[in-house]
Design a protein around this ligand. Structure first.
Ligand SMILES: NC(=O)c1ccc[n+]([C@@H]2O[C@H](COP(=O)([O-])OP(=O)(O)OC[C@H]3O[C@@H](n4cnc5c(N)ncnc54)[C@H](OP(=O)(O)O)[C@@H]3O)[C@@H](O)[C@H]2O)c1
Length: 259
């Protein structure tokens, strides 16, 4: 009887060890990234939670206390290629089942002037492109080996329908830097998908919907959804992805959209 119990306990331990999966999330200290970290940890996954701050963000320290042993906080600014390559080397031998390229900037909802025709601030273009577009490309390139070696082999970028050509009809005013950077990211995702298809890696763009995050403050508009709903939906989408879905764009509710 004792032996049977021991065997059952061992089997549970082995299954738990075998099933433990890993997700790496960029920009995980707030908003959508933080909710991804929370929901994956709640599923028992190992979460490599990355941020760009000079000190560990309080939000992630709190999450680590809530999920002991599951949250691994790492510094990684997605525009700092030395830092990205450094973390990729540090994690050599660690498989990453799901890579969530989430870090991004949107702009100030209360002050859209720098991205409005007639008052465009051209100095902002580079930041948007370096973070939103090149960031996603470099992260995928640096961690492709870790993803290839995993079971789920999945890379997703948190993009936006605002970065597609057909969204809201033939015209769509304003938001120059953001929309162009997400359109570029979508194109990179499609190209990376082509390059990694032979390795069985699924690469997809995800649209989270319009999600109410802390940085929006008291801004409110119809259609805003809570992070729990958006991220819960995106995790379900990620779980349902197969290699036939590579190079495509999906909403958090599972709808596929053309680029
Ligand atoms: N919320 C929405 O409705 C919505 C809709 C469509 C797409 N998205 C996309 O979803 C993603 C997350 O946005 P969010 O709404 O959750 O906004 P958020 O709360 O501002 O989160 C953005 C995250 O990205 C990080 N980040 C920015 N630049 C970075 C860099 N160079 N290196 C590393 N991390 C960086 C931020 O870090 P700091 O805290 O240090 O700034 C923050 O953790 C973005 O890609 C955004 O474009 C959001």
């Amino acid at each position: 009887m004792r032996l049977t119990l021991l065997a059952a306990a061992l089997a549970t331990f082995v299954i738990a060890s075998v099933e433990a999966k890993t997700v790496l999330i960029t920009g995980s200290n707030s908003g959508i990234g933080l909710e991804f970290a929370k929901q994956y940890a709640a599923k028992g996954w190992d979460v490599i939670a990355t941020h760009r701050r000079t000190a560990e963000p309080e939000s992630l320290i709190n999450l680590r206390s809530e999920f002991p042993g599951l949250i691994h906080i790492e510094t990684m600014d997605v525009t700092n290629h030395q830092q990205i390559d450094g973390l990729a080397s540090k994690l050599e031998g660690t498989t990453i089942d799901v890579l969530v390229s989430n870090a991004g900037i949107t702009g100030d909802f209360r002050n859209p002037v720098p991205q409005s025709f007639g008052t465009l601030d051209y100095n902002q273009w580079e930041s948007f492109m370096r973070i939103n577009a090149l960031g996603g490309l470099k992260i995928a390139e640096a961690f492709a080996g870790h993803v290839k070696a995993s079971e789920d082999k999945t890379i997703v970028a948190i993009s936006s329908l605002a970065g597609t050509f057909g969204f809201r009809g033939p015209t769509m005013p304003g938001g120059y830097w953001y929309k162009a950077s997400k359109a570029t990211l979508n194109m990179y995702i499609k190209i990376i998908a082509g390059d990694l298809e032979k390795d069985g890696v699924i690469v997809a763009s995800l649209s989270p919907g319009q999600v109410k995050v802390e940085k929006m403050g008291d801004v409110n508009f119809p259609g805003l959804i809570e992070p729990q709903q958006s991220i819960g939906g995106m995790i379900a989408v990620i779980e349902g992805l197969s290699i036939e879905d590579t190079g495509k764009l999906f909403s958090y509710d599972g709808t596929q959209h053309p680029f």
